[in-house]
Each structure stands twice: as structure tokens, then as C-alpha cells.
Write a protein that binds this ligand. Structure first.
Ligand SMILES: Nc1ncnc2c1ncn2[C@@H]1O[C@H](COP(=O)(O)OP(=O)(O)OP(=O)(O)O)[C@@H](O)[C@H]1O
Length: 983
């Protein structure tokens, strides 16, 4: 721009801030120009040399708006003393002269055509990047693994299978019941992540025991890039603007005032964030907070350690009742527990009822059903045996198998199956029929459970017992006491002075710790007071580097203790944890667990061992158990340990039948622990027989089906393969680097596959999405990301990459360009218009209509004769041979060729228009096939399997109808235009 060109009253638009609307020249002063933007109420001073401004010049036929609101059509443009005067005509046919300074300032140029003709011309390589961004985004979002590849986790088939299955459902309601430490939190995180990314969910509430709040908060952020708001009383009060002591008093006194609208609508803290995390105690103990949580709208409710929700017809727990209220309102519900039957079948049933009250209405019916899975399981087993490894192999299915199938399939289905096996593939036919059987008759739609047996690769567990001989007097006195006191004898020793001085377990523990110097040891005991005094004793009396962890500590103190224990260099050797305090925590970096006492509940024992026996445990696990002995007769501790070990084998193996065995034998076990040991051997062998039988039954029946339903190895492996391929695809790093260059983000290589990114001084947007001011170290390598917490794992799902895609594809970035081309057959001066169209329909993101659109972009490249070169000159090829043009030249060129360009654009539009119908038809067929197939399957299923919720069927039907309707309204919109001139 030169001073001579600029005159007061001229209208310009800012290239970097088009949202300011139409600007007007207020002052020209030597080397600067002042522009006022009346619509935004802003004024900017630019250097004349580098002003990012484009002169706005409308032409004949264009519709413009006067500042008084009148719409007019330009008839003629006259230049007067550097300013434009538009001769126009109103809708009513009246003529009106509009000087440019009287134009409406609220004008926005956003369509490519408007921007091009307003002189807002982007760089040619931005145009190419835009095209590439749209294509890549479409490709990524179309995969059935979208949302599963981004989390910083190892690709474990059993988790991916569950996550894909559950996250693809509408408002899933399931109980995730993998055995301890198999990764339920990870599965839940992946489900949530996928639902959020695909638009199926946007608001989620996670409720966990207080001890797990921070672990969840950190895991969700570190592994899933999901930033949760942790709500406790303090935070709620602060969100409500009631954060002083007095306010707290007020709040308590006037809880009802929450709904008082006098001071404006009350703030509901649960509505202040999309992702909220709070503790079960907080929700249960604060009726007002529960009411607020209930009033907020949730797409997904997650409850971790859901075995705390105990229920019986006469005495439902407060926890159960609180969650029940939320569960009735939330659309999706994920309950997580490793021990679904820990509190008995009644509670288990009640939790299933939270998931689906229509299906689980009667405890008795449910109990009967549980026992009835044997024949189906046997048949599935037969099918699996008959399945050849060779996918190509064809042949008849065994007659016995076909016979068995008769009670589940009709004649037509049987014939179809046989002919598929005969003509196409036996393996495929068998896989499909197993799917049908499991789907229709299995237990797995609501309950998903992976077992170690199915997952494999877990370390061995070894039990070491340490007899501690009691003095005769103590042994006798203890034997007289109640069972509780015999198992947790601290009180007994307390009666003789400080318990830790007298209890022989304490010295034993000290010696064990000293002997295992340099090795991390987790000690778990039942009671938090015991944990505290034990830790003090070890630390103060024996100088052992130790930490304590129990439920009465606040969260920060707990996390600090856990971190101190985890620190390999200067951390604690020992962590003493109470039963409740340690639940759900990750301590798999340790291999030694001291069971300072034994819980009287097999599931609690499993929970304790599960702190170490988790995914990520690299070594063998050693369980250390001190046991009082006495010369007279075996102690209660000894007997209980034998019952666990010899009766149900709960120490060295995960024990699925623990709760059932305990329920079946409690009447005999409890008296036997304290009474004379006569029939104890008989009790042990009865328990063993019961356990063997139950394990075999479970393995053959319900558990087998659950296992198959929870992970179909073929499909699970395919997911792992797809994701591994995506990980290895160089398209992502290439794309990211190109985009960073284009936005002037600074980066430097850190190491192979890793980079350090920093906000650049001249970034086109500031802040850059997903890039903190302090910079970000990123890696494209999953393994590296898993071992380096300080690096972000960049995938197509990372906020920085998604933000980049949005920044490019959802804004005007690169939607206009001008470039030159040197290609011998083209005569210099030949002009072409490259126009990219995108099928758009105004539809909610949740419908994911993009999935049905086969070709997201239609590209045409027309020369002045209307000949289309799009095929001959593909987008990539063209990108490589085009040369950039200085901006002023580009603006000049567009101004001069405006008419020709407009004609070519009209031609391009006319050319693609007929494609629209075909595209829409294809997309509608794909939607019909996809959703329609699911509806049919569910309808079929609903006839024989009451697990199908009516709601789910209705939802699918509505989803199909809405999708078809939205597609009907789809149109091919011009997404970007590039003018190319041959030189
Ligand atoms: N895919 C994975 N990649 C990396 N780490 C994982 C993966 N799955 C699980 N882990 C790790 O294994 C441990 C157990 O996972 P998680 O806490 O999700 O198990 P869980 O089934 O919820 O356990 P619990 O039954 O004790 O509640 C955690 O430390 C978790 O971070």
C-alpha cells in the first residue's frame, strides 16, 4: 500500500482479523494508516508498508447493505477522488447512490467467493493444506477405531475389544467387571474418550471412592488428555461465590435457598464443567449436592468400585440410593468393579437393575437364569473345537453340532449356515454363528468381564507364611476372645501396654523389611489406626523409610505418600496401607506384599493382592503372611489362611468363586475358626470340592460365555492391528510439521520420533490450540510415550492435532488462493479455476454423518473452455508444481479477471450439482445399511433376549430417520477456490 492509494473514507477488511468487519480509513499519516472498525468498536494503526488489509470493492450485480439496513444491488461503480460510489437499486426498484463510507460495517466475508473477490487471498500452500486437512480428517473419523488410538496406553486386545463394543453403543449401560488390575479404568477412559470424540457424549460425571480421586484425575489427563473438574465442597462453594467462612455457615443454614431465584438463578456447580469428578462420599453425604448433580444433565455416569453400592430389599445403602437417583437420569452408565458379587448376589442383581431396570426386575428369575447357561456354553465350545484354523477351508459342519444348533436356529438359518461352511469358509460360518448365539443368549450385553485366564501373561504369585509362636498364656487368652480380636489382635496387645511393642508381628515385619533392603514392600492391614502406629514405629524406632496411606488422610497427603513410595531413588521402601485406603491404587512397581492380617472376605483379599498383581507387573509376586501359632491348637489366623490357600486357592491364583464359597461355608467356617479343630480338615476338603466343582461349572457355563462375549480374539486382534498400522503411518508427522510451519509454530528435534514445540513469535493464532505457553515435548511413538510421561503422545486424536484440523478445516484458512503454473502444453496466460466442493448438511455432530459420505470432497479444475483437468492434474501433483504469487499481484489479477473467474465458478457449481444427488443417495444407503442392520439385529434379538432395551431400539430408529432427513438437506458447498494462471 502506498500513501497515494489510501484516502479517507475507503473501506478495507483486515486479513488477519476478518471478524472485525468492514473498516474505514480514518487517518493516513506518513507511513501509517489508522483504520476504524465500527462494528467491533475497534481502531487499529498499521504500517502502510505491511498492512494486512484488503480493499473492499463490490461490483455490478452484487448485493450490498447500507448502514441504515437497506439492501441494494450494485448497478455501477464510480470512482471519485479515490473513493467508490455505488449506483444501486433497492428491492423495490428505487435507485440509490451509496458512497462506500456509508456501507454497513457488519459485513463478513467468509465464503470463498466473497473472500476471493474482496481481495482476501491466502497462500497457495494453505489451500493445499486445507484440502489435505479435510481429507485426512474424514479418513480418520471414518475408522471404527476413532477415539481408541489417541490414549496413551498399550494396545491390549481385551481392553480394545470392550471399549470398541461399548463405545459404539448409544448411551451404553454396562457393568465393566474385569478381574482386579486388568484395566477397567483404562477401558472406561477409552469408552468415554471415543464417545466424546464422536460426539455421542459431551457431559460426564465420574464418581469414585475418595482415595481414587486424584488417581482418576491424573490418569484421565495423562492418558486421555481429558481434563476433569474435581468437585468437593470447597470448590462448589467457590463456584457459587460462597467461599468465606460466613458464607459456609450461610450455606449450611440456607441450603434450600439454592433454588431461590431472588439473586438471579442459583449456580449449579455441576453445570460449570463438562467433565466432573467427585467422590462417592461427597455425593452421598450432601443431599443438596446430590440434588444439584441430579439436576445437571449427564450423557455418561461412571461409578468406580461399584461394589460399594450395597443393596438388600430391606436395607439399601445410602450409596446405592444416591447413585440410583443419578443413574435414572443419566443416559449412559458405566459401573466398574472387579468383584461384582462381593456383597452378595442381591447387591449384584441390584446393580444390574441400575443399568437396566426393565430387564432386571426379579431377583429370583435372575438367579435361575444364571444357572442356565450350561447347554449353550457347551455348544459354543463344540463350535470352537470344530473351527479350522485355515480361513479358506470349506466343508460340512459336524452333524452333532448342527443337531445342537437346532434348538437355537430355525431351518432356514441352519441351511444358510451349512451352505456358507460348504461353499465359502467353515471358520467364517462358525464365527458368525457363535456371534449370533452369544448375542442372543449370552449374558454379556450388560456385564463384561475379562479374566486373567483369558488375558494371560500375568506373573506367578507365591505365598510365604511365617509362623510366630505365641506364649502359652497369650495363646490361651486370645483363643478365648471373639473372632475379630483373634484375627486383628491389636486390642489384645494394647491391654498389656503399647500394642506394637508386644505384638510379635511387628518385630517380624521390621526384620523382613531389613532383610529385603532396597526392595519396595507394600504392607496392608485392615485398620487405619494400625497402619498409622505401625508406620510411626518403623520409621521412628528403626529408621525405616516408610509412608502411610489410609482413609482418614486427605487426598493430597495420600497422593504424596503414594508418590514417595513410587520414587525409586529417594522414596520410601515401605508403604503401610489400610484396607480401604489402598483400594484401586496402582503399586505394581512393587513385588512384595505383606498381609499384616487377613480380611474375612475373599474379595477383599483379592483386592489387596490386586494392588501388585496388575497390568504392568514385571516380576513374580511374593505374598508374606505372618501367622500366630500355638502349641495347643491351631490359631484362627492359621485356619483362615489354610481355608484361603487349601480350600479356595485364593493366594496364588485369582479366585472367581471366593464369594460363593464364603457364602456357602460361612456357617461352618466361622465357628471352626474359633472352635476346636476336629472337623476342620473335613471343612477344607468340602470347600475344595465345592470350589473345584464351581470353577469347572463357571468355566463351562456362564464364565465361558462371559469370556467369549467380553473378548472375541479375532476382532480384538484386528483392532490392535489397525491401530498399530495407524501408529506406524508417516502421514501424521508429515501433516503436523507442515501445519506447524504454516502457523509459524517453532519446533526442534528432540530425538528420533520426538520434537519440542514452542509458540513462535509470529504465530498466526495465539494461543495455538493444545500448545501451552511453556511449549510441549511430543512423540509420535507409542512405546516412547508410555515410558516418558514428560512427552505428549501425538496422534490424530491429540488436542493439538484436532485443534489444528479444526483451525484449518472449520475456518476460512486457505479457502482462496492464486498461483501460477508452468506446464508446456498450457499456453501462457491460460487461466484455470480449481474449485473444491464439500458435501455439507446441517446435522448434529452426534449423528456422525461423515461416516456415510464416501467422497468428502469433489474437486474440479476448469480452464476457460470449461474443460476439467482435475483428473490429469491431481491435487498432490498440482501442489508440487504450483508457484506462489505476491499478494498484490494476486489481488490485481482477481480484480481484472473477476468476471471470467465468476463464470468459471458458476460452471464448476453447475458441473458438480448433478453429483450431489448421487452422493446423497450413496450416503443414505450407507446410513440405512449401517443403522438399519443394527435395528434388524436388535429387533430379532429382542424377540428372544430381553436384554434389549426398547429405548435403544427407538433411539436407533429416530437416529436413522434424522440422519436420512439431514442428508436430504445436504448440499455441495464451495469449500475453497484457487485461481491458477499458466506462465
Ligand atoms: N493398556 C494399558 N496400557 C498401559 N497401562 C495399563 C493399561 N491397562 C492397564 N494399565 C495399568 O495397569 C494398572 C491397572 O489398570 P486399572 O487401574 O485400569 O485396573 P482396574 O481393573 O481398574 O483395577 P482395580 O480392579 O484395582 O480397580 C494401572 O496402573 C494402569 O495404568
Amino acid at each position: 500500500m502506498s500513501q497515494a492509494e489510501v484516502t479517507l473514507g475507503q473501506r478495507y477488511v483486515s486479513d488477519t482479523e476478518p471478524e472485525l468487519g468492514l473498516g474505514v480509513v480514518l487517518q493516513v499519516d506518513g507511513s501509517t494508516v489508522d483504520i476504524g472498525f465500527p462494528a467491533a468498536g475497534e481502531r487499529r494503526t498499521y504500517s502502510l508498508k505491511q498492512a494486512p488489509l484488503s480493499r473492499v470493492r463490490f461490483t455490478e450485480g452484487e448485493k450490498i447493505k447500507h448502514q441504515d439496513g437497506t439492501r441494494v444491488v450494485v448497478q455501477e461503480v464510480i470512482e471519485q477522488a479515490g473513493c467508490l460510489l455505488y449506483q444501486t437499486v433497492t428491492d423495490e426498484g428505487e435507485e440509490r447512490a451509496v458512497p462506500e463510507f456509508e456501507l454497513d460495517s457488519y459485513v463478513q466475508f467468509s465464503t470463498p467467493r466473497e473472500r476471493l473477490f474482496a481481495g482476501q487471498i491466502d497462500k497457495s500452500n494453505h489451500f493445499s493444506l486445507r484440502y489435505q486437512s479435510r481429507l485426512l480428517r474424514h479418513k480418520v473419523e471414518q475408522t471404527n477405531t476413532f477415539g481408541l488410538g489417541g490414549p496413551r496406553v498399550s494396545l491390549l486386545p481385551h481392553q480394545l475389544y470392550i471399549a470398541e463394543q461399548v463405545a459404539s453403543r448409544f448411551s451404553p449401560r454396562v457393568l465393566l467387571a474385569d478381574e482386579v488390575g486388568l484395566g477397567k479404568t483404562i477401558e472406561a477412559g477409552m469408552i468415554l474418550h471415543r464417545q466424546l470424540l464422536t460426539g455421542r457424549a459431551s457431559r460426564a460425571l465420574v464418581i469414585v471412592p475418595p482415595a481414587l480421586l486424584h488417581q482418576w484425575l491424573v490418569e484421565m489427563l495423562r492418558r486421555f488428555n481429558l481434563s476433569f473438574t474435581l468437585l468437593d465442597e470447597e470448590r462448589c462453594l467457590s463456584l457459587e461465590g460462597k467461599d468465606t467462612e460466613d458464607d459456609i455457615m450461610d450455606f449450611e443454614l440456607d441450603a434450600d435457598d439454592l433454588l431461590d431465584e431472588e439473586d438471579g438463578p442459583a449456580v449449579n456447580p455441576f453445570e460449570q464443567a463438562q467433565l466432573v469428578l467427585c467422590s462417592l462420599d461427597f455425593i452421598t453425604q450432601n443431599p443438596e449436592r446430590l440434588a444439584q448433580a441430579e439436576a445437571a444433565d449427564w450423557d455418561l455416569l461412571l461409578v468406580d468400585e461399584a461394589h460399594h453400592l450395597s443393596w438388600s430389599p430391606d436395607a439399601p445403602s445410602d450409596e446405592y440410593l444416591a447413585v440410583e437417583r443419578l443413574a435414572q437420569r443419566a443416559r449412559g452408565l458405566l459401573l466398574l468393579t472387579a468383584t461384582p458379587e462381593q456383597l452378595g448376589v442381591e447387591s449384584h442383581f441390584a446393580r444390574l437393575r441400575l443399568l437396566d431396570p426393565d430387564r432386571y426386575y426379579d431377583l429370583e428369575v435372575f438367579t435361575r437364569e444364571q444357572a442356565d447357561y450350561g447347554p449353550l456354553s457347551a455348544l459354543v465350545e463344540q463350535l470352537l473345537e470344530a473351527r479350522p484354523d485355515d480361513a479358506e477351508q470349506t466343508g460340512e459342519l459336524p452333524t452333532a453340532t448342527l443337531k445342537g444348533l437346532e434348538q437355537f436356529l430355525d431351518a432356514v438359518q441352519l441351511e444358510a449356515l451349512s451352505s456358507q461352511a460348504r461353499e465359502t469358509s467353515q471358520a467364517q460360518a462358525i464365527d458368525e454363528v457363535i456371534s449370533v448365539l452369544l448375542d442372543r443368549h449370552g449374558t454379556g450385553r450388560v456385564l463384561l468381564r475379562n479374566t486373567r485366564h483369558a488375558v494371560a501373561g500375568f506373573p506367578e504369585r507365591h505365598l510365604h507364611t511365617y509362623p510366630l509362636e505365641l506364649e502359652a498364656g497369650d495363646a490361651e487368652a486370645l483363643a478365648e476372645m471373639e473372632l475379630q480380636a483373634q484375627l486383628y489382635p491389636e486390642q489384645y496387645w494394647e491391654s498389656q501396654g503399647e500394642w506394637w511393642i508386644n505384638d510379635p508381628r511387628v518385630l517380624w515385619l521390621k526384620d523382613l523389611i531389613k532383610e529385603k533392603r532396597g526392595q519396595k514392600i507394600l504392607v496392608i492391614c485392615a485398620d487405619s489406626d494400625t497402619a498409622q502406629s505401625l508406620e510411626l514405629y518403623l520409621r521412628l524406632r528403626h529408621g525405616i523409610a516408610s509412608a502411610v496411606f489410609h482413609e482418614s488422610m486427605n487426598l493430597i497427603a495420600r497422593d504424596r505418600a503414594a508418590a514417595y513410595f513410587a520414587d525409586t531413588e529417594e522414596g520410601a521402601q515401605v508403604l503401610i496401607a489400610s484396607e480401604i485406603g489402598s483400594e484401586g491404587r496402582n503399586f505394581q512397581f512393587a513385588q512384595d506384599l505383606v498381609l499384616f492380617d487377613l480380611p474375612l472376605n475373599p474379595d477383599l483379599l483379592e483386592q489387596r493382592i490386586g494392588r501388585l498383581d496388575r497390568i504392568g507387573q514385571a516380576g513374580e509376586i511374593h505374598l508374606h503372611l505372618p501367622l500366630y501359632t500355638s502349641e495347643g491348637s491351631p490359631t484362627a489366623q492359621e485356619k483362615l489362611s489354610r481355608w484361603y490357600h487349601e480350600g479356595i486357592n485364593a493366594f496364588e491364583h485369582t479366585c472367581a468363586i471366593g464369594h460363593s464359597a464364603y457364602t456357602a461355608f460361612a456357617d461352618r467356617l466361622l465357628p471352626a475358626l474359633t472352635g476346636p479343630g476336629d472337623d476342620f480338615e473335613a471343612l477344607l476338603s468340602d470347600t475344595r470340592a465345592f470350589a473345584d466343582k464351581l470353577n469347572a461349572e463357571l468355566q463351562a457355563g456362564r464364565d465361558k460365555l462371559l469370556e467369549l462375549n467380553s473378548c472375541r480374539p479375532g476382532k480384538a486382534e484386528a483392532l490392535v492391528e489397525n491401530l498399530s498400522e495407524q501408529d506406524a503411518d508417516p502421514a501424521l508427522p508429515d501433516y503436523v510439521m507442515r501445519a506447524l510451519d504454516s502457523f509459524n509454530v517453532d519446533y526442534e528435534r528432540h530425538s528420533e520420533n520426538a520434537w519440542v514445540l514452542h509458540p513462535g513469535e509470529h504465530m498466526r493464532v495465539d494461543p495455538y490450540p493444545g500448545l501451552p505457553e511453556s511449549g510441549l515435548t511430543v512423540t509420535f511413538d507409542r512405546e516412547q510415550a508410555l515410558s516418558r510421561d514428560d512427552m505428549s503422545f501425538l496422534t490424530w486424536e491429540h488436542p493439538l492435532v484436532r485443534g489444528t484440523l479444526e483451525l484449518i478445516a472449520d475456518t476460512e484458512y486457505g479457502n482462496t488462493a492464486v498461483a501460477t503454473l508452468k506446464l508446456p502444453p498450457l499456453k501462457p496466460g491460460t487461466m484455470m479455476v480449481e474449485a473444491v466442493f464439500c458435501l455439507m448438511s446441517p446435522a448434529p455432530a452426534e449423528l456422525q454423518l461423515n461416516r456415510y459420505i464416501r467422497e468428502p470432497l469433489v474437486r474440479v479444475l476448469l480452464d476457460s473452455n470449461g474443460k476439467d483437468f482435475a483428473q490429469a492434474l491431481g491435487a498432490d501433483k498440482l501442489h508440487q508444481i504450483l508457484k506462489k504469487v505476491p499478494r498484490a499481484t494476486a489481488q490485481e489479477l482477481v480484480r481484472h479477471s473477476r468476471e471470467a473467474i465468476a463464470t468459471l465458478l458458476d460452471q464448476a457449481e453447475a458441473k458438480v450439482e448433478p453429483l450431489r444427488d448421487q452422493q446423497v443417495d450413496d450416503a443414505k444407503s450407507a446410513a440405512r445399511e449401517d443403522i438399519g442392520r443394527e435395528i434388524e439385529r436388535l429387533q430379532d434379538l429382542a424377540k428372544i433376549n430381553p436384554n434389549i432395551r426398547e429405548e435403544e431400539l427407538n433411539y436407533l430408529q429416530t437416529r436413522l430417520d434424522t440422519s436420512l432427513e439431514c442428508l436430504d438437506h445436504a448440499s455441495l458447498k464451495l469449500d475453497a477456490v484457487r485461481v491458477i494462471v499458466a506462465v
